[in-house]
Design a protein around this ligand. Structure first.
Ligand code: AHR
Length: 657
């Protein structure tokens, strides 16, 4: 999170020299398989930024469902219909229910008309014709047993597009449920709850979910957004961030224990991105934690990905308050880490394993790694990291630890952390680079010369090529930025012996509610779009392979000379060579691939991602401007010819014998 991020220049592909003339020969040494590619190599970084969780992946459609935002009526409006009259009071029962203190007391005064409230959703409510929506509400109505409720969905023009009724309210808190089917589609619908009759009703946790959540789960996730993740075939899911782990101060940090158990008992807090950027402030951005640690583990499992939780290590965001827990008060933080391992992996007879089972998952989640702190730096980090390391390595040697290299790609802070962590038992060091596209192009060989004798492996945990343009939300996700990332990723793949994991960041952004861009996937209330950067990630991830093989031109790796970049892997089980070639020049390049130690067998496939202009990008309205295309290549013997189009990423899959 640095001002610098917002001052970066756009990529212009100029003065590039590769020619379309004689084919250049690339030798692919299929007979020299090297490092094993980690099954976790290409993963996703999830953070609740840009309305990625509430208003995004978490499918709840009601904003401020439990009236716990700072302004309890935020998102809600009073509604009087046909001379209906009444009052709404916000009652606080903090002593009785510390986690969910407020509820609405709705008193209906007039015998005629109807009275109640409406919810605006997260920048509106996305409703689709013919789909079912599950409404629920906790209510207590000792003085409102005869009240009748109408639950209505209204489109942008106030037209009814869904309706259901609830009655039979009674004494004592109880959850009331009803399902509605939408008669029309609306991207910005509203929900109304209108009471007729006379009396008072207490209402809380007023909720609306699509029935078709991912795997139809109650309290579930938006299916189209999860599908976008599934299509990436991620090797790991890092959660819950990012700076959100740290909080602006320690009170605002992410505490996983407060995100598990019954949704109505999870204590809401302000989202740190609510106020982070004044030009993109989001006063209605809170964390309901309806999407909590159980759901994150379940998501990772659904995606066939390894879970990678990042925990607070007693440090709030160093860009903000710089608050740290005193060294003699680190125990609760450490205990959270120990208990998380029990929650994920522990026997169901243990306290935390039992909670996991009670939430519906008796089997372990197979947690194998944990991040200690997010983007931390300096001595205060190392001091605290060592406390975690000592305890966790002793108690749980099976769990790998991810540690921080700070927010910058190099410099004294970075060097200091590497020196200390090398001397330590760190398993992975989390390097971050939010840099201009030019940096990614120039740094494709970053890891070619990294010291292999250093203990820790690399987790390229947050990266994205940042350009400055322009107006539309999605417009910083240019083809030029994606191409630069692809070039850089060939360097990650080539160095898979030390680079074991990598993830673009951030993952999701709502087009009307973002704080940070570029992002991998954009969405609104009904639609989603993959950016060019998304397709780059997908092409690498879907073609991960099992072992690196050398690809050379004149005996040298291709890491930017003549604007060409390449890496190659084999997928041993399917006996396929998977070659990635980036041509970052403005001219086509003819390539002759010479296979060593193998011969092509059957049809090869070339997947191509390209666009005419570096500034091209996909939008929700025009999602297919930059998407992969495919062509068959005839391949027999040891030679194969391909053309790498100007400014293109090419993934060539060659079955071999
Ligand atoms: O990805 C956005 C932010 O960038 C993350 O929260 C933080 O780790 C980094 O500064």
């Amino acid at each position: 999170m640095r001002i610098k991020h917002f001052l970066l220049a756009a990529l212009v592909l100029t003065g590039l020299t590769a020619s379309a003339q004689a084919p250049q020969r690339l030798t692919v040494q299929v007979n020299k398989p090297g490092a094993m590619i980690s099954p976790h190599m290409w993963g996703v970084f999830f953070e609740d930024i840009n309305f990625a969780a509430d208003g995004g992946l978490y499918a709840e459609l009601v904003k401020n469902r439990s009236f716990e935002f700072n302004d309890p009526m935020m998102g809600w409006n009073e509604v009087k219909k046909d001379s209906g009259k009444g009052r709404i009071l916000m009652v606080n029962r903090g002593k009785e229910n510390e986690n969910n203190p407020r509820y609405a007391r709705i008193t209906v005064d007039a015998a005629m008309g109807a009275y109640g409230l409406s919810n605006e959703g997260f920048r509106g409510i996305g409703i689709e014709k013919g789909k079912a929506y599950n409404f629920s509400m906790w209510a207590n109505a000792p003085q409102g047993k005869s009240l009748k409720a109408r639950i209505l969905l209204l489109d942008e023009n106030g037209q009814q597009i869904g309706a259901a009724s609830l009655n039979g309210f009674g004494d004592g808190w109880r959850q009331y449920k009803v399902s509605l089917t939408a008669t029309a589609t609306a991207a910005k619908a509203r929900l109304q709850i209108l009471f007729s009759g006379q009396g008072a009703i207490d209402a809380d946790m007023i909720s609306l979910f699509p029935a078709a959540t991912w795997k139809q789960r109650p309290n579930g996730l938006r299916a189209d957004l999860v599908q976008m993740l599934a299509d990436l075939k991620p090797g790991f899911v890092r959660f819950p961030g990012g700076c959100i782990v740290e909080g602006r101060d320690l009170a605002n940090r992410y505490q996983w224990k407060k995100t598990v158990g019954k949704p109505e008992e999870r204590k809401l807090i302000i989202n740190r991105w609510n106020t982070e950027f004044s030009h993109r402030s989001a006063p209605d951005y809170f964390q309901s934690f309806g999407l909590g640690f159980f759901e994150y583990f379940q998501l990772a499992e659904d995606l066939g990905a390894a879970p990678l939780p990042i925990l607070n290590c007693g440090m709030a965001c160093q860009f903000n308050t710089r608050e740290v827990a005193a060294m003699n008060e680190l125990d609760p933080y450490l205990q959270d880490a120990v208990d998380l391992i029990a929650f994920a992996n522990g026997d169901t007879t243990t306290q935390w394993g039992a909670l996991r089972a009670a939430m519906g998952h008796p089997a372990p989640f197979n947690l194998t790694m944990i991040g200690i702190g997010n983007e931390q730096w300096d001595e205060q980090y190392i001091e605290r990291y060592r406390v975690f390391e000592a305890t966790l390595k002793a108690k749980h040697p099976e769990i790998k630890l991810v540690s921080s290299a700070g927010p910058f790609s190099k410099g004294p802070m970075f060097d200091y952390l590497w020196k200390e962590l090398k001397a330590s038992q760190a398993d992975f060091i989390d390097e971050h680079y939010y840099m201009p596209p030019e940096w990614f192009l120039a740094n494709a060989s970053r890891y070619d010369h990294y010291d292999r004798s250093q203990g820790p492996k690399i987790f390229a945990g947050e990266y994205a090529a940042h350009t400055k343009e322009a107006k539309e939300a999605e417009s910083r996700n240019t083809w030029g930025s994606a191409l630069a990332e692809a070039a850089f990723m060939t360097g990650l793949e080539r160095n898979a012996d030390i680079v074991r994991m990598a993830s673009y960041a951030p993952l999701f952004a709502h087009v009307e509610a973002w704080q940070w861009r570029p992002d991998l996937i954009w969405f609104d209330n009904l639609r989603t779009v993959g950016t060019p950067n998304y397709y780059v990630q997908q092409l690498f991830s879907a073609n991960r392979g099992t072992q690196v093989v050398p690809v050379l031109r004149n005996g040298e790796v291709l890491a930017g000379k003549d604007s060409l970049y390449a890496s190659a892997v084999i997928d041993a089980p399917s006996r396929k060579l998977l070659l990635k070639i980036v041509n970052a020049s403005s001219a086509p390049v003819q390539l002759e691939l010479q296979l060593e130690g193998a011969a092509a067998k059957g049809a090869a496939v070339q997947q191509i991602l390209s666009a005419p202009h570096p500034g091209d990008f996909n939008t929700l309205g025009s999602p297919n401007k930059v998407v992969p295309t495919e062509k068959q290549l005839s391949a027999t013997g040891k030679q194969l010819r391909i053309t790498a189009a100007p400014a293109s990423l090419n993934v060539v899959a060659v079955p071999y014998r």
